[in-house]
Design a protein around this ligand. Sequence first.
Ligand SMILES: C[S@@+](CC[C@H](N)C(=O)[O-])C[C@H]1O[C@@H](n2cnc3c(N)ncnc32)[C@H](O)[C@@H]1O
Length: 201
Amino acid sequence: MAFEFASCGFRCQGNEWSLFMLLASNFVLNKCTEVNSFTLYPWIHQWTNNTMTADQTQPVQFPDVNPSDLPPTSDFSMAAGDFLEVYQTPDTFDSVVTVFFLDTAHNVIAYIETIYDILKPGGYWVNLGPLLYHYADIENETSIELSFEEVKKVVKKVGFRIQKEEADIPTTYTQNPASMLQYKYHSVKLVCQKPHESDTT
Ligand SMILES: C[S@@+](CC[C@H](N)C(=O)[O-])C[C@H]1O[C@@H](n2cnc3c(N)ncnc32)[C@H](O)[C@@H]1O
């Protein structure tokens, strides 16, 4: 997603905390120089819900675009680390975009507060995703599991103005499109603005 924003000409920084994700993203972004130069078999371990035998051995080629096509003048970076630790400087970003991320929080309120803090006045936060809450039901892990209704209350309380909201957006996530078993989220979208300093009353 961050790469796509950079491809559109925006100065952009992605954030990731998992070493596994960082290794894969580093490989794609910094080591792949030709379209479709590598092949993976993402469903090779899926032994159930295959209609055709070939579904299991379906290859996928990557990258679908050449990451080195990004103009040398573009300003694109990745920041490795926990979102709450990496981003602590107030009034830094014109926009923050979170996709399938809000529910990775131990404390979703802390995420929303941080997003608000790091935005410049007048800046926008765009969010899309479900509320799966990754730490729900994990023993000895803190997990605050707000409904979308409660999330919106927090968003307003923190100071955001909700500009647009949408629910019931059909979305899938990293699944085998040929599988007999399909998960579908009814995701929610929010577009929020941090008010300008002259507009905080
Ligand atoms: C469900 S994925 C969504 C990734 C991407 N936005 C997408 O739509 O495919 C959530 C990502 O957030 C990362 N993550 C979870 N907690 C994080 C944290 N505290 N700081 C930074 N990244 C985190 C996970 O490692 C994972 O790669």
